[in-house]
Ligand binder design. Structure first.
Ligand SMILES: NC(=O)C1=CN([C@@H]2O[C@H](COP(=O)(O)OP(=O)(O)OC[C@H]3O[C@@H](n4cnc5c(N)ncnc54)[C@H](OP(=O)(O)O)[C@@H]3O)[C@@H](O)[C@H]2O)C=CC1
Ligand SMILES: O=CC(=O)O
Length: 291
């Protein structure tokens, strides 16, 4: 199977590499073209523009930073819309809001093409090991066609119905994740200030009812001030912002998520946006020092 792949950031690089390793023919494009080199060394071809990739491949996948990037790659000159049409599918796996997804879907449908949104739950390591959870919605026939690729990229694909539902599901999940990360950070500081060993806290948490891979994986690194990015904080803050907008549209009060969003914004203002989202821990430490 031949696929196009747009966006070779943390996620796109790992995902396109996985497709190559599993026998797919892959044509890649990235805004910063030099990031294609490593994929080429593993057998990928390169398209000079998104349009060139779509022209070559019947299915093109994208995973880009945010709504502005997702829209730009589709609507700008030499973008996806230039070449999409009958018999061609476009799958956007970026985390965006439902409105962005619907805008892209409508434009592609007007050209006779097929669209699926398919944001993913899971971070750098699940992307590398093909263990993502895929939250697809939109064109069911394109979903069925893409299942062999989804089976390589993830541990379970979900088909959630009309376009927008994948984006909404992803935003709900990441709203919970961002809120939990803030509570976790406060817990680590509370343990420390109460003269408990935070490593003991991690051990106890891991044996109880709220044990989870995020505490297990990130906790020890946070205690070493290691925020090497798996999921960049700027993207987590974008997800909180988009989830709060979804809450706004549906009149859902989310004071916990709103407070978590403020902490991520604070972290961005401290220049931590490109670090892992666990670096929000630094904002909690700051409060500790100022008291
Ligand atoms: N990292 C993670 O753990 C997860 C991330 N996600 C989501 O996946 C998406 C990608 O995340 P991730 O790979 O971590 O992000 P990165 O920041 O590592 O990569 C972002 C990608 O988007 C491209 N890009 C940014 N702006 C534009 C633009 N205006 N036009 C064209 N391309 C652009 C970048 O190109 P360039 O190289 O030129 O900058 C790069 O390829 C995000 O929506 C994120 O929320 C979802 C699940 C997990
Ligand atoms: O969006 C991030 C993730 O870990 O999932």
């Amino acid at each position: 199977m031949e696929v196009g792949f747009l966006g070779l950031g943390i996620m796109g690089k790992a995902m396109s590499m996985n497709l190559l390793k599993n026998g797919f023919k892959v044509t890649v494009w990235n805004r910063t073209l030099s990031k294609c080199d490593e994929l080429v060394a593993h057998g990928a071809s390169v398209g000079e523009t998104p349009a060139e990739v779509v022209k070559k491949c019947n299915i093109t996948i994208a995973i880009l930073s945010d709504p502005a990037a997702a829209l730009s790659v589709v609507f700008d000159k030499d973008g996806v819309l230039d070449q999409i049409g009958s018999g061609k599918g476009y799958i956007d796996m970026s985390t965006v809001d439902p409105e962005t997804s619907c805008k892209i879907s409508e434009a592609i449908a007007l050209k006779g093409g097929h669209f699926l949104e398919a944001p993913v739950s899971g971070s750098k390591q699940p992307a590398e090991t093909g263990q993502l959870v895929i939250l697809a919605a939109g064109d069911k026939a394109l979903y069925e066609e893409a299942v062999p690729a989804f089976d390589v990229l993830g541990k379970k694909p979900f088909f959630l119905g009309p376009v927008g539902n994948g984006a909404k599901m992803k935003l709900v999940i990441n709203m919970i994740m961002g809120s939990v990360m803030n509570a976790f950070s406060e817990g680590l500081i509370l343990a420390e200030r109460s003269r408990l060993n935070p490593h003991s806290l991690l051990e106890v948490l891991d044996l109880g009812g709220i044990a989870n891979p995020m505490f297990r994986g990130k906790g020890p690194e946070m205690l070493k001030d290691n925020y090497s990015p798996a999921f960049p904080l700027k993207h987590q803050q974008k997800d909180m912002r988009l989830a709060l907008a979804l809450g706004d549209q549906n009149a859902v009060s989310m004071p916990v998520a709103a407070a978590a969003n403020e902490a991520f914004k604070k972290a961005r203002s401290m220049g931590l946006g490109d670090l892992d989202f666990s670096a929000v821990f630094e904002t909690v430490k700051l409060l500790k020092h100022s008291s």
